[in-house]
Design a protein around this ligand. Structure first.
Ligand code: AMP
Length: 216
């Protein structure tokens, strides 16, 4: 199965994508994660993306479309199916994805919108951190490691926070989401692949609702 997890920053797309990886062996394709890795590695692409990301703006379409086009053609995506997390984010990317699926003979099984009130997003985003080793996500208030300072998944003791997870940048990213990203849902509503889950529910409950969508 190939799906898109859709929603504003802080909706929990990454958390739910990680569950789909752990529980179903699907491949998580997070353009944000891939861009952060490129910035950290100092690649040419990372250099091009860095400033936009720090400002909470979208990086150019050719970069992210190129990343996804290359990645979906790797064998693990065909074997296990993939979860797009953070892509597409505007009409041009949605069109490119549609063209890519047609050209490569891929099927988009569902677009799952995680519906969350704007008011809670700033708190969710500003409290999050992740394991520096395996990338597993945590939150100061909602999802602490079981043993303080130790990653539940890999046992590492170093954690990191994203440079763009601050209140100022979150406000800009949220504005960008409503103005540019959210309108593309209309396309998926028309093609009948759009499903909604309650992104305000607990992590387990959201995972259960996503499971129901995938089983339908
Ligand atoms: P995310 O981890 O999905 O919140 O993305 C973090 C940042 O990476 C965004 O604020 C953008 O600057 C950039 N980014 C991630 N995905 C995309 C995309 N599909 N299109 C453009 N920029 C993106």
């Amino acid at each position: 199965m190939n799906i898109i997890l859709f929603g504003p920053p802080g909706a929990g797309k990454g958390t739910q994508a990680q569950r789909l990886v752990a529980e179903r062996g699907m491949v998580q394709l997070s353009t944000g994660d891939m861009l952060r890795a490129a910035v950290e590695a100092g690649t040419e692409m990372g250099k091009r993306a860095k400033e936009k990301m720090a400002a909470g703006a979208l990086v150019s379409d050719d970069i992210v479309i190129g990343i996804i086009r290359d990645r979906v053609q790797e064998p693990d995506c065909a074997t296990h199916g993939f979860v797009l997390d953070g892509f597409p984010r505007n009409a041009a990317q949605a069109q490119a994805l549609d063209d890519m699926f047609a050209e490569l003979g891929l099927t988009l099984h569902a677009v799952i919108e995680m519906v969350v009130d704007d008011e809670v997003l700033a708190d969710r985003v500003s409290g999050r951190f992740s394991c520096a080793n395996c990338g597993h996500g945590y939150h100061d208030e909602f999802k602490q490691p079981k043993v303080d300072g130790v990653c539940d998944v890999c046992g590492a003791t170093e954690f990191k926070r994203r440079a763009d997870d601050n209140r100022d940048t979150v406000a800009k990213r949220l504005k960008e989401y409503h103005e540019t990203t959210e309108p593309i849902l209309d396309v998926y509503r028309k093609t009948g692949v759009l499903r909604q889950v309650d992104g305000m529910a607990s992590i387990d409950e959201v995972a259960r609702q996503i499971g129901e969508v995938l089983a339908a």
